[in-house]
Write a protein that binds this ligand. Structure first.
Ligand code: ADP
Ligand code: MG
Length: 720
């Protein structure tokens, strides 16, 4: 090697040139191997879960700032944060209230004129800021300008100091990425690393395959180009196109995973589990009411699936009180008549017992043999001999419908001939439990039911592997529910209202503010509260029910309430799901602000089940704005889907999504709410790929197969 060339190598020119060729970094390469990221930075990145080239390049900006040109300093307040650049002309540190400090930096805009107003940036008790900002520096700030006295101020703006002009091309004079913050890694440091990495990856990093089917592509942007543009876009249009590409890729991958699960489930060997309609007709004729049109439609959908030979995996969603149980019974009868056993799994003892009672009432006259299987109680009921009109393939002394809790999942319950499983209140169980109940060959048909409506975008994601039936109509005989928020200071008026209702023969639930059953119940406090209510409502009879009361005892309490022997039930949220006492038309929820909207809606669903006008009183002492906004939603609507949408508005999808339960990867860039239209497109594309090629065998689908197999460690049971 010549001297000159050696020199060049040392200078790094050739090294970089060759890196761009054969040994450009691979997307899967670890950042450490790049050899130019300082150790402390590597550690900070690792704390963010960023270890490889790909991790870093898919650590997407949370927003961008337009630093191509900075606006003039404002003279008025703004609710929209703005990005400004100026020179620090003065700093000061003041103390107040003893140890507290306020640091102020006054900025002057670059082309100041006589009319220019300075901008005062203020930070309270942030000691590190004063070490970073000094007079004479140029800095960029991002925040909301506020009028404070006569001064325009920005409190706690995000900021960056401009150090030298060479850096200007990376951090300024462009649309600049702003990343999710991390300790020990400034925006600038992170941005510089990403910038350098992207440069080394020119023209395109090996392994960055474009993973969108043609139908979802917008023009010919590749994944590599999209990644480059999301970090350092040339224009806002460029940024938007890149973002759309990346969101679609992410959603598409997710929907491919869902579609593959769905396909797996549907290519399991199944059987038709459907008899003729004789039993069903007898059941429906005996009902004291007509089915709603929505119920009829859903029964027809299930009927169709039961009659088909591939396994059904269907979600039935319907608001509390919309009549899902009747639908489930109708479906179970079809399976029973087909000669199969049906299982009905409920999340709690109380609910299982209640379902057992309801089913006995309706099905024993039809000669159906039932069994209850919970940890606490195992019983069988129903005549054997009356049952002559249908062909039975299982032995005559076996239960045809088995109702139970999680206990159903365990070995001791062996079904001889399970053809159909209903899982009530699906959200209380996980995907794994569903799988456990139905993991047998041939696969039984499965109906999962939920009374927790979720926004539609989430449905196609969380429940994307299921077919969905919706009961979107309430039975006509329902009394209206009036919901009112009352401050605790109005308790006196509330009590006299409750007494009038009790005098009219109605029954009352008082919901005690324990968020969940696992929260340690302060038995003493509950007992004291109970005493208080007994006095308040004397001479009407009250009883107390909570999670620590043993099941048989709880059962008796519920039974007395159902019969009307007790007029008030003081309860924790054990009442939340499924309890059905039509004459109980009044509910008082204490400390309502402590419950989530979905839970309040569930609780409220316990009333409004009979013909009486119902009242739900949300008692609160909270003055907080969020609390009153939240509770106002319930005053406004009693439609579960509207409540769910509002809940989403107020709170974001975090809790709703329950990714752990759905087993789906977390999203890095897509937003389930604002990008709903993209999710729909991605879903459509994924579904049609699997429809045309369920085993992903065609050559053009190999890359998608790799995407799913490699990325998510999933193997196709039927392939390879
Ligand atoms: P959920 O959907 O909350 O599980 P349920 O199935 O418990 O609702 O039904 C609530 C109540 O409404 C029950 O008492 C049930 O008998 C009754 N019901 C169901 N369908 C109808 C209908 N079409 N007309 C009138 N009452 C109905
Ligand atoms: Mg129910």
């Amino acid at each position: 090697m010549s001297k000159v060339l050696e020199q060049k190598v040392r200078d790094g020119e050739v090294a970089v040139a060759s890196m761009r060729g054969a040994c450009a970094p691979q997307v899967s390469q670890s950042l450490e191997e790049l050899n130019w990221i300082p150790r402390p930075r590597l550690l900070a990145l690792r704390r963010l879960g960023i270890e490889t080239v790909e991790d870093l390049l898919t650590h997407f900006p949370r927003r961008h700032e337009d630093r191509t040109e900075f606006p003039r300093f404002p003279r008025e307040e703004s609710d929209v944060p703005i990005c400004l650049c100026g020179e620090v002309v003065k700093t000061s540190l003041r103390r107040f209230g003893g140890w507290k400090k306020i640091f102020e930096a006054t900025l002057q805009e670059s082309q100041a004129n006589a009319l220019s107003e300075p901008l005062v940036c203020r930070w309270f008790n942030l000691h590190y800021v004063q070490k970073m900002i000094a007079s004479g520096q140029r800095i960029v700030v991002f925040g909301k300008p506020r009028l404070r006295g006569k001064r325009i101020c920005m409190d706690h703006p995000e900021f960056e100091v401009i150090e030298n002009d060479e850096e200007m091309s990376i951090h300024f004079r462009r649309i600049t990425p702003i990343y999710p913050a991390t300790e020990g890694l400034s925006q600038r440091a992170l941005r510089s690393i990403v910038y350098r990495l992207l440069n080394e990856l020119r023209p395109a990093p090996a392994g960055f395959e474009t993973l969108l089917p043609r139908g979802l592509m917008n023009g010919d942007m590749t994944r590599a180009a999209a990644i480059r543009a999301i970090h350092f876009p040339k224009s806002w249009e460029d940024r938007d196109a890149a973002r759309e590409h990346l969101v679609l890729s992410e959603f598409f991958a997710m929907q491919m995973l869902i579609a593959s699960r769905r396909t797996d489930a549907s290519i399991r060997t199944g059987e038709a589990h459907c008899g003729s309609d004789v039993l069903l007709d007898r059941f429906l004729k005996a009902l004291p009411f007509e089915l709603t049109r929505a119920q009829e439609k859903v029964i027809a959908e299930i009927h169709h699936d039961l009659a088909a030979t591939h396994p059904m995996n269907r979600l039935l969603q319907g608001d509390v009180g919309s009549g899902k149980t009747v639908v489930a019974i109708a479906a179970m009868l079809l399976a029973v008549e087909g000669g199969y056993q049906a299982a009905f799994m409920a999340p709690t003892q109380i609910l299982a017992e209640q379902h057992y009672d309801v089913l006995r009432r309706w099905l024993e006259p039809l000669g159906i043999r039932l069994a209850l299987r919970t940890a606490a109680r195992q019983v069988e009921s129903g005549p054997l001999s009356l049952f002559a009109c249908v062909n039975r393939t299982n032995s005559p002394d076996e239960a045809q419908i088995i109702i139970g809790t999680h206990a159903l999942l365990y070995e001791s319950v062996s079904f001889s001939n399970l053809g159909f499983a209903v899982i009530d209140e699906q959200h209380k169980f996980g995907v794994a439990q569903r799988a456990r109940l139905t993991a047998r060959e041939p696969a039984p048909d499965v109906l999962v039911m939920t009374a927790t409506p979720i926004p539609r975008t989430l449905t196609m994601t969380i429940y994307g592997d299921l077919d969905v039936s919706t009961i979107d109509e309430m039975p006509r005989n329902r009394g209206k529910i009036v919901t009112a928020v009352r401050d605790t200071t109005k308790l006196g008026e509330v009590l006299s209202f409750l007494r009038t209702q009790l005098e009219r023969g109605r029954q009352l639930y008082v919901i005690y503010p324990l968020i969940d059953e696992s929260e340690k119940l302060d038995v003493k406090a509950a007992a004291a509260e109970y005493e208080l209510w007994r006095e308040r409502l004397h001479p009407f009879r009250c009883e107390l029910v909570h999670g620590r009361i043993p099941a048989p005892e709880k059962q008796k309490i519920m039974e007395r309430f159902r019969r009307g022997d007790t007029s008030t039930l003081i309860s924790t949220t054990v009442l939340e799901v499924g309890v059905d006492v039509p004459n109980a038309s009044v509910m008082l929820i204490e400390n309502a602000e402590r419950f989530g909207l979905a839970q309040l809606h569930q609780l409220r669903g316990r009333i409004g089940r009979g013909e009486h006008k119902s009242y739900c009183i949300l008692l609160t002492s909270s003055q907080a704005k969020e609390a009153s906004e939240k509770l106002a939603v319930l005053e406004r609507t009693s439609n579960g889907f509207e409540v769910a949408e509002a809940d989403w508005e107020l709170r974001g999808p975090g809790d709703l999504l329950g990714t752990a339960q759905s087993g789906l990867p977390a999203l890095k860039i897509g937003n389930l709410k604002t990008d709903a239209h993209l999710m729909r497109r991605a879903r459509g594309a994924a579904m049609s790929i699997f429809q045309a090629d369920p085993r992903l065998e065609s050559p053009e689908n190999q890359r998608f197969r790799r995407l799913i197999v490699e990325k998510h460690g999933r193997t196709f049971s039927n392939v390879s």
